[in-house]
Design a protein around this ligand. Structure first.
Ligand code: ADP
Ligand code: MG
Length: 223
């Protein structure tokens, strides 16, 4: 089995001296390509911190993290951004959509910013809009959409670059049950049909069960 994420003895603290907080105290975890893993743990247990480290958004830690065969530590900024862009799709609790761009343009924005050839991405757009079930909303503005629909735009935006890994930090945190279930169904679909590896943080047992495996972050370690 191919390992796609390895977290090896990772320690992370914030602050110094009297205010130092040890958040991750030696986390070991590995995720196999194609897995859908749910990460649970109390508020403040370090779930977001761990996700940011795996996503290469924070490079200040002890231990090692390997993503798609690349040991993140010591990588040049350029290589790190390449890996982030190519391999990782981030989804957050808040959708971070650009309010004055319509659905299509929000989805295409990261590719446009990265200076990609847009022709190729426009072709993918139709397929992705079908996956997130927003084909009929492609010209709508974010303010015309429900929270669940806005989160599906954020998912579509993450899918456009065909990442091998989706990192989702409480993607259903702001949604009602029905909208949350829809997000879980979409995750299941992209996991099964596209073989995308998913690591999601959730507080909800029912949502967690959509994953093939549940891991718990407790007292700074995975249990
Ligand atoms: P979770 O996502 O599990 O709720 P976080 O990873 O956000 O937890 O936070 C874990 C701990 O680290 C908390 O005690 C939080 O206050 C602290 N923390 C997170 N980010 C920072 C930061 N940038 N500066 C200082 N402390 C932080
Ligand atoms: Mg968090």
């Amino acid at each position: 089995m191919d390992t796609i994420i390895t977290v090896d003895s990772v320690k992370k603290s914030f602050g110094k001296g009297d205010t130092k907080v040890d958040v991750l105290k030696g986390v070991n975890m590995s995720v196999t390509k194609g897995e859908f893993v749910s990460l649970m743990g109390q508020s403040g247990s370090g779930k977001s911190t761990l996700l940011y480290l795996i996503g290469g958004l924070d490079m200040d830690y002890e231990g090692d993290i390997v993503v798609c065969g690349n040991k993140l530590k010591g990588l040049k900024d350029k290589k790190l951004s390449e890996i982030r862009l190519k391999e990782i799709g981030f989804i957050f609790q808040f959708y971070n959509l650009v309010q004055n761009l319509n659905v299509e343009d929000n989805i295409l924005l990261p590719a446009a910013v990265a200076g990609k050839d847009m022709g190729e991405y426009r072709k993918k757009l139709d397929e992705i809009l079908d996956i997130v079930e927003l084909a009929d909303k492609r010209k709508s503005m974010p303010s015309q959409l429900s929270g669940g629909q806005q989160q599906r735009v954020a998912i579509a935006r993450a899918l456009l670059g065909e990442p091998s890994i989706i990192l989702a930090d409480e993607p259903t945190g702001n949604l009602d049950k029905e909208s949350g279930m829809k997000i879980m169904e979409i995750f299941s679909k992209i996991n099964k049909e596209k073989g995308m590896t998913i690591l999601q943080v959730t507080h909800n047992e029912e949502y967690a069960k959509y994953g093939n495996r549940i891991v718990h972050l407790e007292s700074g370690e995975i249990r």
